[in-house]
Design a protein around this ligand. Structure first.
Ligand code: GLP
Length: 243
């Protein structure tokens, strides 16, 4: 695992965007696995700036997002579809036909999740997967569990996740109780992984996930077994790891 410690959120966002830009420059038709949440917002801002400066071309890039709330329509401003358009897709020259996000409006979980795995396979797999990190160690929406879920699946969100994400909704009652998420197996098959994390409130989980035992109780800990992981964090998030 490679750790880049940056002084603050702006610096970590620049670093992460540089890594993604390098991927796009080296392989213009690469497949990017994308993430939502507050952590990657700055990364997307920097990617948009690089596009506006003429330094990046998204015309051949394909994307597959990690997860989506079940039950939210695409025009709901809390859906991850909406988020991705607001933060990235609407501001760069990506072909919307090349972007993929699980469809939260599909009721049949099994069919939608199987379809999403097929979509990723048809893209030839993910070259670079961007991740955030939940306070309980979740990646995508893979919550702590007794085993690592393999494929894309429908998950019941834990109370702590509903609590953490309610800031984006009118109230905790409005947070969907379920989501579709790539599985741990899906994530681990990405050729490269880039995780962005910031803030003192993530310091404990960074230490547990990357310096503690590998356990499905801390889903991100599985990344210790991936051959090409880069963790980009600020000083606060890295304050409890060995230096
Ligand atoms: C959310 C998302 C994750 C994200 C995580 C952390 O629930 N499903 O993909 O990485 O929680 O979010 P944040 O970056 O806002 O702390």
């Amino acid at each position: 695992m490679r750790f880049y410690e940056e002084k603050d959120y702006d610096a970590l966002s620049q670093r992460a965007a540089n890594i993604i830009a390098a991927q796009i420059i080296l392989k213009p038709d690469c497949v990017l696995g994308l993430a939502t949440g507050s952590s990657p917002v700055g990364t997307y801002k920097n990617l948009v700036a690089k596009y506006e400066n003429g330094d990046l071309d998204f015309s051949q890039v394909k994307t597959a997002n990690l997860d989506e709330y079940k039950g939210l329509t695409r025009d709901n401003d809390q859906s991850y579809y909406y988020f991705m358009h607001q933060n990235l897709f609407d501001h760069v020259n990506i072909d919307p036909a090349n972007t993929n996000i699980p469809d939260g409006t599909k009721d049949d979980s099994e069919a939608e999740c199987a379809h999403y795995e097929d979509v990723i396979a048809s893209l030839g797999g993910v070259d670079l997967q961007l991740l955030g990190l939940g306070h309980n160690g979740h990646i995508g929406f893979n919550e702590p569990a007794s085993e690592f879920p393999q494929a894309t699946h429908c998950v019941d969100l834990q109370e702590s996740t509903i609590e953490a994400n309610k800031r984006f909704f009118a109230s905790a009652d409005d947070v969907p109780r379920q989501a579709y998420t790539m599985g741990i197996g899906t994530i681990m098959r990405a050729k490269k992984i880039l995780l962005v994390v910031s803030g003192q409130d993530k310091a404990d989980i960074v230490a547990r996930a990357f310096f503690g035992p590998v356990t499905p109780e801390v889903p991100a800990s599985i990344l210790q077994f991936h051959p090409d992981v880069t963790i980009v964090g600020d000083q606060a998030a890295f304050s409890k790891i060995p230096h």
